[in-house]
Structure formats: structure tokens, C-alpha cells
Design a protein around this ligand. Structure first.
Ligand SMILES: *[C@@H]1O[C@H](CO)[C@@H](O)[C@H](O)[C@H]1NC(C)=O
Length: 98
């Protein structure tokens, strides 16, 4: 009898573990931390804003670089704000050319 019970508890634990793993897999596209290294604005080709929600835990700015890397940045950091300002200015100037 106790053996069956232990088995049931084990099965429950395993399914809980499997659930956690799949939840983790769904998060691979999210920034889970902020890079502490500033990225020079000249190396940035674009960015997206990640908002914390059910999918992602933290607010972040994801910079795309010329080397096709994705850098997670802290939206409150000074260099990030400067880069975003510079980029939006650049986009403005680009759109005025056409
Ligand atoms: C953005 O940064 C680049 C490289 O530092 C600089 O040459 C350019 O003048 C800046 N543009 C704006 C609008 O601040």
C-alpha cells in the first residue's frame, strides 16, 4: 500500500518537474537579466522593448547589433536611454529622406 502511495507521489513530482521545464523552455526568448556592458550606439541596428508580463519576468530593451547579437539592456540605464534617443533620431532622419 505504501509503495503505491510513494509511486503516486513520485509521479506527481515528475509531472511537476516536466511542467517547470516546459515553462522554462517558453522563456528562452526573454531577457532574464541585463547586460552590464554598454553597447556603442554605432553597433546597434535595431531594438525591441520587452515588457515584463506573464511570459517574461523583467523589463528590458533588446538591442540588435551589427554582429547579429542580441543584448539585453536595462531600460533605466543612462547609456540605454542615450542609445534609444540616438536611434529614434536616426530613424526620424532616415524617414525624412524618402
Ligand atoms: C548618434 O551616435 C552617432 C555615433 O556616436 C553620432 O555620430 C550621431 O551624431 C548621433 N546622432 C544623434 C542624433 O544623436
Amino acid at each position: 500500500m505504501t509503495a503505491t502511495r510513494n509511486l503516486a507521489i513520485m509521479a506527481a513530482l515528475i509531472s511537476l518537474f516536466a511542467f517547470n521545464m516546459s515553462a522554462f523552455a517558453a522563456k528562452v526568448d526573454c531577457c532574464i537579466g541585463h547586460s552590464s556592458r554598454p553597447v556603442p550606439v554605432g553597433a546597434i541596428t535595431g531594438y525591441v522593448h520587452q515588457e515584463s508580463n506573464e511570459m517574461c519576468d523583467i523589463d528590458a530593451v533588446i538591442f540588435y547589433t551589427v554582429k547579429r547579437r542580441e543584448i539585453c539592456a536595462n531600460p533605466n540605464a543612462g547609456w540605454v536611454k542615450r542609445n534609444l534617443k540616438n536611434l529614434s533620431k536616426r530613424l526620424e532622419q532616415m524617414s525624412q529622406k524618402y
